[in-house]
Design a protein around this ligand. Structure first.
Ligand SMILES: Nc1ncnc2c1ncn2[C@@H]1O[C@H](COP(=O)(O)OP(=O)(O)OP(=O)(O)O)[C@@H](O)[C@H]1O
Length: 914
């Protein structure tokens, strides 16, 4: 094939120079995609493909009008493509095109999603990555930016497990795009985990941008050397490398938002509660286990009025804090708002008119804000005054930290900017900045003069029809304008012959004729000239105004943050009031004492039975405890037993969510609660279907357990649901047993452990801080009533068969299971039911003797002694015999319960067939 030339050739060569997945190239009034790109785009966005011939060859082509590019690029980026945009500009000899920006998932400014959109770089220095579970020593740096709001967070983790911990840190941001440092690009384990845990696009950014010298220079250059020192990362090479790479990437993509990244925020490993991705998923913080957002914690408690408020609230849930002062501050704001009902409503009503100032700041900086955006800035800034009034007028709010939040802003500068924008822009400006109509009179003298002349000229045109009618006597005469003919006089056909000589015909239509005159042409030229002049002047003035706003980007970000914070605490107050939540007492101890606690999500849809939870704070130091050997020490490890479906998981998640909400600064669903602040919440939640999925899932379960045992500390909260269930019973019990001992003796974390292994309950007799609780149920006449009440002590039995019944397992199997269970319980014998004859012959498995006997036989035969054959001699058909044989070989203790049920069902079918 010959090489493409002309416009397609230009497209292909630009494309080859970029590392984007797709290129949109401006060709006059359209952005075109050619060749393969055209096909991909047409497919993704349902565009029409046409053919472009170029020097004998034909290429697929798809295009969108210039003004419509943004939504198309957004849709493509949201589908994971990196889209380069080549703009056309005029040159002395025609025009030229060049790539002006590459829009990527992490630098996409026009996102339609209100949630934060993070671009992250992660860098490792030193350490050995050969141990995938424990991670490696060394230093790992993470920099995370949200170009849509200008947020920029940096951290560095060192020492043991730094690699694993930095990954956990990364997942918390749920990044849209990740730039792995040079050392991590070949690390399959790291990349695999990243792909598993996030939907982030992985991008290879130039190695030089990660180089320590260059990165340090860039970071200092961007934020100022003092900032780097003052936020305490001057010596953190890994963090600096990551930060430098992010800045360089944002600059290279050319989306123009680099300047909106104004504040370097560094945070330490101890600022936030450790919440790994598994725990975020298990606790359904922002998404449910099924993947939807409805029914997540965020969905339940979010009553925010603004997108920025919702974004902040979500961030609070994903990154709970450990700083008691900050949490108490949030609590005090919420407390004041819960009491001041009227003021709260006024505040929310005011906030509902607020726009997303953080995002508007980024749009101003990147030059993409239009006049409506700047009007929104003005309107939102002026709301601050109303907000201040609302707070001032209610003593409870005025005396709370809510008032201090506003004081963080330089109110004079805010007022000046709002006033300037108000004076500049008309109330309802058009959505385009190139066609004038943006500015108020009085803003700029020169513009006013042009506008006046323009309007005079327009008035002459508007009054022209009346004058012409009068001088010519023509009745059906109008003056209009269109793109091709410009201004024209239109006369009805019947009078078209009566026009004066000065009328010059330009077009004939079915019922009318169009004319122009010398004077009209002259006036038209004047109008066009003035129009163009006005558009240009307004465009230029608007550019200046936008730059002026961009200079105040930090102020807008701060103001946006304050409003978002007010919105988030107001939302938490609303939820607390509506659901009767209470302010928890926060302590630096280790207790978790909840009176009449509820599950924040389940209580929305269920008549919830509240439950208490008591885990003690003070702990005797390990040596003292060992020395004393006393058995009734503190209560810090609860083994939760109870029937299936009784509410064990709900109870444990409730404990985790109450702790989490307390560390968000929120009120909690309980009558009263004292929460000792934790450094991390770790959960391992088994799903029943894992049984069916086999060994690999068990492997995952064990990896999660391993992570918990490695990461949790004595300040953590650990929730274990059914650990060890994915393997044979004895293995499972042993693992659960050993994990309990390790957590109790070595890790010493506050732990809740739900289990069906009744054997574990005896650990309470051996380990000081282990206590049993159970979710009570009532059983009478074979019916189980779930009481949903948690009581001290272990449960006395399991109710699995009742659940099998509820789940619709066929009646015969359920009945049969009951019999089998009764027999097992009585440690008597299981009978294998025969069929085929009117008088079923019973073969009996004697649990004590481990062998079979005929029901009418008095002697027990041993399992290995050929008894089945003897029994068959006594009249068993071959199907029954086969079942009996299988039954003989089945090890009840080694078989998971569900499998046991399935086997019983299969036997029944076999016997029925026989
Ligand atoms: N305190 C409560 N009040 C009302 N309903 C509850 C309560 N606790 C749990 N439930 C409801 O009971 C059902 C079962 O709860 P859950 O899944 O916690 O049971 P489980 O004991 O963990 O079950 P399994 O052992 O089968 O995993 C859920 O539908 C839940 O909504």
């Amino acid at each position: 094939m010959t090489e493409a030339t002309g416009i397609v050739g230009e497209f292909l060569s630009l494309k080859a120079d970029s590392d984007a997945d797709l290129l949109a190239m401006q060709c006059g009034d359209f952005y075109e995609f050619f060749d393969e790109d055209a096909e991909i785009v047409a497919d993704e966005l349902d565009l029409k493909v046409s053919q472009k011939s170029s020097h004998g060859a034909s290429y697929p082509m798809a295009g969108v009008p210039v003004d419509d590019l943004t939504p198309y690029v957004s849709a493509l980026v949201e589908r994971g493509y990196r889209v380069a945009v080549a703009d056309q500009h005029e040159t002395a000899d025609g025009h030229a095109r060049e790539i002006t920006r590459v829009v990527t998932p992490g630098t996409h400014l026009e996102t339609t999603d209100d949630a934060a959109q993070y671009l992250a770089a992660v860098v490792g220095t030193g350490g050995d990555s050969s141990d995938p579970v424990a991670g490696a020593d060394g230093s790992y740096g993470l920099a995370v930016a949200d170009v849509t709001t200008g947020q920029f967070h940096v951290t560095q983790l060192d020492g043991p497990d730094a690699r694993t911990r930095i990954q956990t840190e990364l997942y918390k941001f749920d990044p849209a795009e990740v730039l792995p440092g040079p050392d991590l690009r070949g690390d399959d384990d790291f990349l695999d985990r990243l792909r598993e845990r996030t939907d982030a696009a992985l991008t290879v950014h130039t190695e030089e941008s990660f180089a320590p010298g260059r990165a340090r220079h860039r970071v200092r250059d961007h934020f100022g050397p003092e900032t780097v020192d003052s936020v305490g990362i001057a010596d953190d090479d890994a963090a600096i490398c990551a930060a430098g790479a992010v800045l360089s990437y944002v600059e290279d993509t050319g989306v123009g938002t680099l300047a909106s990244i104004t504040r370097l925020q560094s945070y330490g490993a101890t600022d936030h509660v450790n919440l790994d991705a598994t725990t975020q998923r298990n606790l359904e913080l922002t998404e449910t286990m099924q993947g939807g957002t409805d029914g997540s914690l965020f969905d339940t408690i979010d009553h925010t009025a603004t997108a920025a408020g919702a974004r902040l609230l979500r961030e609070w849930l994903q990154r709970p804090r450990r700083d008691r002062a900050e949490l108490t501050r949030r609590q005090s704001c919420i407390a004041a708002l819960t009491e001041a009902a009227m003021a709260r409503e006024q505040l929310c009503e005011t906030l509902s008119d607020a726009y997303d100032l953080e995002r508007l700041a980024s749009k101003a900086v990147s030059g993409s804000a239009d006049a409506r955006d700047l009007r929104a800035v003005a309107g939102t800034l002026s709301l601050l005054e109303t907000v201040e009034d609302v707070i001032d007028e209610d003593d409870r709010l005025a005396d709370s930290p809510l008032a201090d939040a506003l004081d963080r802003l330089d109110r004079e500068v805010v007022a000046d900017l709002a006033a300037e924008l108000d004076a500049a822009l008309v109330d309802d400006p058009p959505g385009t900045v190139r066609q004038g109509g943006l500015f108020c009179r009085g803003y700029d003298e020169e513009l006013d003069a042009v506008i006046e002349r323009h309007e005079d000229a327009l008035e002459w045109l508007e009054t022209l029809p009346d004058r012409e009618k009068e001088t010519t006597g023509i009745t059906h005469l109008s003056v209009d304008r269109n793109k091709t003919d410009g201004y024209y006089i239109q006369v009805g056909k019947s009078e078209a012959d009566d026009v004066p000589d000065r009328y010059e015909g330009i077009k004939e239509l079915k019922n009318s004729k169009r004319f122009t005159t010398d004077e009209l042409q002259e006036r038209e030229r004047a109008v066009f000239r003035l129009e163009e002049q006005r558009h240009e002047m307004e465009y230029e003035l608007f550019g200046d105004l936008r730059e002026r706003v961009a200079e105040d980007a930090t102020l807008l970000q701060d103001a946006g943050r304050v409003l978002a914070e007010l919105d988030a605490v107001a939302s938490l107050a609303i939820h607390a009031v509506r659901n009767d939540w209470t302010r928890p007492e926060l302590t630096d101890g280790r207790e978790l004492d909840v009176e009449a606690g509820r599950h924040p999500v389940v209580e929305q849809t269920t008549e919830f039975v509240p439950n208490d939870l008591r885990m003690d704070g003070a702990t005797s130091p390990p040596d003292q405890e060992r020395a004393s050997g006393h058995a009734d020490a503190d209560r810090q490890f609860l083994i939760v037993t109870g029937p299936n479906m009784s509410g064990k998981s709900t109870y444990m998640r409730q404990a985790a969510l109450i702790t989490l909400l307390a560390q968000v600064g929120s009120f909690v669903p309980a009558r009263a609660a004292t929460v000792g602040l934790v450094d991390g919440i770790y959960t391992r939640v088994g799903a029943l279907d894992e049984l069916a999925q086999g060994r690999s899932t068990f492997m995952v379960e064990m990896q999660e357990l391993s992570n918990i045992l490695h990461s949790a500390t004595d300040d953590s909260l650990v929730i274990l649901d059914e650990v060890g269930r994915g393997t044979a019973t004895y293995d499972g019990i042993s693992i659960a047993w050993a994990a309990t001992e390790y957590l109790h003796n070595e890790v010493r974390a506050k732990t809740l452990f739900a289990t069906h292994y009744h054997e574990l309950t005896s650990l309470a007799d051996h380990l000081d801080r282990v206590h049993n609780v159970h979710v009570a149920a009532d059983e009478s006449d074979g019916d189980v009533t779930f009481l949903r009440t948690v009581r001290d002590g272990p449960t006395d039995r399991s109710y699995g068969i009742h659940v099998a019944d509820l789940a619709g397992v066929p009646e015969p199997v359920v009945d049969r299971s009951r019999t089998v269970l009764d027999r097992l319980r009585e440690e008597k014998a299981i009978e294998a039911k025969g069929s085929g004859s009117s008088e079923p012959v019973q073969t009996v498995f004697d649990v004590n003797a481990g062998g079979f006997k005929r029901a009418d036989e008095s002697e027990t035969a041993t399992a290995d002694g050929g008894t089945a054959a003897e029994a068959s001699d006594g009249g068993l058909d071959p199907e029954t015999e086969a079942v009996v044989e299988e039954l003989t070989e089945l090890d009840v203790n080694e078989t998971p319960p569900v499998e046991l049920l399935a086997t019983v069902q299969q036997w029944q079918e076999q016997l029925d067939d026989g």
